[in-house]
Design a protein around this ligand. Structure first.
Ligand code: ADP
Ligand code: MG
Length: 379
């Protein structure tokens, strides 16, 4: 019998649109090609309404703008928890979140699925929460002896209460150039590279506009930036080491990643995709490949990731130090292009992700979560 898989996308996130592409082209299509599943698309609007229907599998509904009308007419889905997960009265076997950023990748949705008691693809709630907080992720990495660039963090409230004092405190602790980032956002939104105290102050103001927690970190010099997609639960398996390539901008920003999607090629194994263009696999100085893979896998384990993830690393090519930068539990397009280059078809990839979800669920089911006591009998 075919398993019923519900695929979630869209959502109240700055990466709403990217999630639609991830879901339709890298998840739903290959799941359908696998031939073993009945797919139910669940689109979460920017306002947070959940709607469903087979038409949502068609990208032209979104690209034509007809989605607005569709949303107006659609009935919201009903979800029932009854020792499982029912969606519009259909029992779902596996949930597949294909969402990025807030409310999708950050543990919120995973919490709902845990409550319902249903297997779901990708990282669990706790590691998603940690992964999507740049401060927490770095703290966990540091506690596991994984190098990260030196950083401090402050809350929005602390900054707003004493802007000049807080700016001076950061400036006194770290050495320029610095990166100022909202702790929870992605796609380079609200991130600034600064070299003076005045710029630092402005950058903190920008970050405080987006987030209630701000991280400031020292820039890695002689930078080679790489990313390593990984799948697996107990035994993490890496794909190829990929180097995203920035163009004229000083660092890899939203436009480079998703909009420009190409540019002047500079030789080597370049390829374009939803993530801009990149060198795949990257050719690194002797000995660095192993170090990169070890750091990526150590980080994946330290953060407790399961299912899939993509670990981003910053290399100082002079000192050959590999620093952990950030981790995405649900990378855009599930990084299918990299897995394909590594010899894993997208159909095999989604099949494996579904199996990993079932394996984790069955492992967790062995845990005892109830306890009999005579406590109530006293009353
Ligand atoms: N400490 C750093 N040193 C050098 N470059 C950095 C540093 N932190 C971030 N960057 C640059 O800024 C980009 C965006 O930062 P990142 O932390 O990856 O945020 P996002 O979640 O938006 O992708 C990185 O891809 C990298 O090019
Ligand atoms: Mg990044």
């Amino acid at each position: 019998m075919k398993k019923t898989v519900a695929v979630y996308f869209g959502g109240r996130s700055t990466e709403h649109d990217i999630s639609i592409i991830t879901a339709l082209s890298s998840v739903i299509k290959p799941l359908e090609m696998a031939g073993q599943y009945t797919i139910i698309p669940v689109y979460i609007t920017k306002q947070g309404r959940w709607i469903s229907g087979p038409k949502l599998k068609d990208i032209s509904l979104f690209s034509s703008g007809k989605i607005e009308d569709f949303i107006k007419k659609a009935k919201p889905v009903t979800v029932t928890f009854d020792g499982g997960f029912m969606l519009n009265k259909t029992r779902i076997d596996i949930n597949f979140p294909a969402m990025h950023g807030s409310f999708g990748e950050d543990g919120s949705l995973m919490g709902v699925f845990r409550m319902a008691g249903i297997p779901f693809v990708g990282a669990d709630m706790d590691s998603s929460v940690i992964a999507m907080d740049k401060v927490l992720a770095k703290q966990v990495a540091e506690a596991n002896n994984i190098p990260t660039s030196k950083f401090v963090f402050l809350t929005r409230d602390e900054f707003l209460a004493d802007q000049v004092g807080e700016t001076a405190k950061v400036a006194a602790t770290l050495s320029y150039p610095l990166f100022v980032k909202p702790a929870h956002l992605g796609s380079s939104i609200g991130i600034t590279r600064v070299t003076t105290e005045e710029e630092l102050h402005n950058a903190l103001e920008v970050a405080a506009y987006y987030d209630n927690k701000i991280i400031v970190e020292e820039a890695v010099a002689n930078l080679i930036e790489v990313t390593v997609p990984i799948i697996g639960n107990k035994v993490p398996k890496p794909a190829l080491i990929e180097r995203p390539l920035a163009t004229a901008d000083e660092f890899f920003d939203f436009e480079n990643k998703y909009i420009r999607g190409g540019g002047k090629k500079t030789g080597g194994a370049k390829q374009t995709g939803s993530q801009g263009y990149s060198e795949l696999p990257v050719v690194l100085p002797e000995g660095l490949d192993d170090k990169v893979l070890q750091t990526a896998i150590a980080t994946y384990k330290a953060l407790g990731l399961q299912g899939m993830g993509r670990v981003d690393l910053l290399i100082d090519s002079k000192s050959q130090t590999v620093y952990f930068n950030e981790v995405n539990p649900l990378p855009g397009s599930i990084y299918a292009h990299n897995w394909r280059a590594a010899g894993v078809s997208t159909v095999d990839l989604v099949n494996e992700l579904v199996q990993l979800a079932e394996q984790r669920f069955s492992d967790n089911s062995q845990l005892n979560t109830t306890f009999s006591s005579s406590f109530l009998q006293q009353f």
